[in-house]
Design a protein around this ligand. Structure first.
Ligand code: NAD
Length: 344
């Protein structure tokens, strides 16, 4: 076996990986990068918020397989598995507010099943957690040692608490069953394959600007986000997978922008004549968000490389090309010829 996952600080032999949520935004980029590095990939996805079109470019690749499966039902993968990347979960507020119970189930039962797979196979397990475990943080920037400020009974609680439970379950499997686990806390990430209607700020702004519609900024737009281009995130996640570190580890770009600045930059990058319209802020919308990435730098030698302007230009270019691709809406069941969907 060759050492297919490498970082500046180490490498790990991985021949076959399972990616839950592999047809989603992040999952599809992970599958693509794993295949580029020669790792065989089985993607498990029920296409609830993802789209088989996201992995259509891998359809003819014999080292890739997309299996239609709901990880809250069961997870079964025949053969050896060296790495389980658990990414299945609605992730945008529009999705998890429409799917509150499913979001809690995939974070709890789905995580239990994915951990069970890793235990059965003796595989390393990596949980996609989120900066949302910090809630509306009272510490800035956010360090992994911060426990967060989450409202469990607010509308966002279904996502935040599902991920906090998933982290606790991951640690319990590590301590009780000796599973080799890792937790990554992902901060806002953007890039090609985001859905224009997924409700997150950047795809919404790009869609509105390209359509010449007003760009809708919540509140006064002074709340901040730190946005990471997807290729930087994928490199960090595979770096953590290759290391022996348990996390939790923040991966995100510490470059902090106000939401109003993001809107202005999107308008400029699209060359749009759209204006800005201020709308009400969602309940429990975090005021600030910036990762402290010291741990990722020390352990993995990781730092983001793609500047905001560069990532934004690439994302806008993708949205221009994808305008007639209907990739919006929860519950869409896209199928692509040659992709193994509907197989259980
Ligand atoms: P996404 O909605 O594009 O992808 C999630 C995927 O999971 C979809 O393909 C969906 O169909 C699938 N899925 C949902 N429920 C499932 C189930 N029960 N069984 C099988 N598949 C299921 O979202 P994303 O942005 O790619 O996020 C992926 C993961 O990363 C999520 O766990 C999310 O919480 C985490 N994350 C993402 C971000 C971000 O900025 N994108 C930030 C923090 C954390």
């Amino acid at each position: 076996m060759t050492d297919l996952l490498e970082t500046p600080t180490g490498s790990r032999p991985v021949r076959r990986a399972v990616v839950t949520g592999g047809a989603g935004f992040l999952g599809s980029h992970l599958c693509t990068e794993l295949r580029r590095r020669g790792v065989e990939v089985v993607a498990l996805d029920n296409l609830l918020t993802g789209n088989a079109g996201n992995v259509a470019h891998l359809a003819d690749d014999p080292g890739f397989r997309l299996v239609h499966c709901d990880v809250t039902d069961y997870v079964h993968v025949p053969g050896d598995v060296d790495l389980v990347l658990h990414f299945a979960s609605p992730a945008s507020p529009v999705d998890y507010l429409k799917l509150p119970i499913h979001t809690l189930k995939v974070g709890s039962i789905g995580t239990n099943h994915a951990l069970g797979l890793a235990m059965e196979k003796g595989a390393r397990f990596l949980l996609a957690s989120t900066s949302e475990v910090y809630g509306d943080p009272q510490v800035h920037p956010q360090l992994e040692s911060y426990w967060g400020h989450v409202n469990p009974v607010g509308p966002r609680g279904v996502y935040d608490e599902a991920k906090r439970y998933a982290e606790a379950l991951t640690m319990a499997y590590r301590q009780t069953h000796g599973v080799d686990t890792a937790i990554v806390r992902i901060f806002n990430t953007f890039g090609p394959r985001m859905r224009p209607h997924d409700g997150r700020a950047i795809p919404t702004f790009i869609r509105q600007a390209l359509a010449g519609e007003p760009v809708t900024v919540a509140g006064d737009g002074q709340q901040t986000r730190s946005v990471c281009f997807v290729s930087d995130l994928v490199r960090g996640i595979l770096g953590l997978a290759a290391s022996g570190h348990p996390g939790p580890m923040n991966i995100g770009n510490p470059h902090e922008l106000s939401v109003l600045q993001i809107a202005r930059d999107v308008i400029e990058a699209t060359g749009s004549s759209s204006g800005i319209r201020f709308i009400g802020r969602p309940v429990d919308d975090p005021m600030v968000r910036r990762p402290d990435t010291t741990l990722a730098t020390e352990v993995l030698g990781w730092a983001p490389e793609v500047a905001w302007e560069v990532g934004l230009a690439r994302t806008v270019a993708w949205f221009r090309d994808a305008v007639d691709v209907d990739v919006d809406g929860v519950g869409e069941q896209a199928t692509v010829e040659g992709v193994d969907v509907g197989v259980r």
